[in-house]
Design a protein around this ligand. Structure first.
Ligand code: SAH
Ligand code: DHB
Ligand code: MG
Length: 221
């Protein structure tokens, strides 16, 4: 099945999320630097771009930068007056991301904070002047429950919270707690279900990046 998923992904990407030199260069730079190939797929980047524009989001928080491929989609969607704060644990990943963001011409609207996100988030809270309109969570999955709490703290009614990789090839069904990342995704999903301030769903995706999915939440109060 993976082969046809990839072909269909490439078909729609070719029509709807066409490559540009900048994005091709970013992916090439990420692979050349030895970063894992876990950037969102092109059609998923376009999906994030559309969600940001549908929400009219200008102030965006991302947790998990890697080489900045998703960050560039978010920053482009936010527009010239937009601002993206993105959190990355690895100084090596952040260095690659900074070069990519500069090459994409969006560095002036992006701030990369290096360090464990749970250490950066209190600083983000201190420094912020208004709530975030859009929050994309795509880092260490075991901390998704804590990231969701922070997302609630840093957002407002009307904000959108998107979380990547909530399916993991179906491993989300493993309830034995043996894998900390899967356990984190499951606790996160239970928090979504129990959280009256959020209206949420989760969608499975297949494609060039295999079988995974996103959750999407609207902050309603
Ligand atoms: N959003 C990126 C992919 C992110 S991959 C894209 O689609 O292009 C996940 C990233 O989260 C990795 O770069 C990893 O170093 C980072 N990460 C892992 N644990 C983290 C933590 N505790 N705090 C911040 N970033 C973390
Ligand atoms: C992994 C992490 C991601 O953020 C992703 O999009 C895909 C895979 C991982 O840790 O395997
Ligand atoms: Mg991801």
């Amino acid at each position: 099945m993976e082969e046809i998923w990839t072909k269909v992904d490439e078909y729609f990407a070719g029509l709807l999320a066409p490559h540009d030199e900048v994005l091709d260069g970013v992916l090439a730079a990420n692979r050349a630097a030895g970063l894992p190939a876990i950037d969102v797929a092109p059609v998923q980047g376009k999906f994030l771009n559309l969600l940001v524009r549908i929400a009219g989001a200008k102030r965006i928080l991302e947790i998990g930068t890697l080489g900045g491929y998703s960050t560039i989609h978010l920053a482009r969607a936010a527009g010239e007056q937009g601002k993206v704060v993105t959190l990355e644990y690895s100084p090596e990943h952040a260095e690659v991301a900074l070069a990519n963001l500069a090459a994409a011409g969006v560095l002036s609207r992006v701030e990369v904070k290096v360090g464990a996100a749970l250490e950066s988030l209190p600083l983000v809270q201190q420094e912020m002047t208004a709530p975030f309109d859009f929050i994309f969570i795509d880092a260490d999955k075991r901390n998704n429950p804590a990231y969701l709490e922070w997302a609630l703290r840093l957002s407002r009614p009307g904000s959108v919270i998107v979380v990547d990789n909530v399916v993991r090839g179906g491993r989300v069904l493993e309830s034995d707690g043996k894998n900390e990342d899967i356990a984190g995704i499951r606790r996160f999903a239970e928090l979504l279900a129990a959280e009256p301030r959020l209206s949420s769903t989760a969608l499975q995706t297949v494609g060039a990046k295999g079988y995974d999915g996103f959750s999407i939440s609207l902050v309603v109060s």
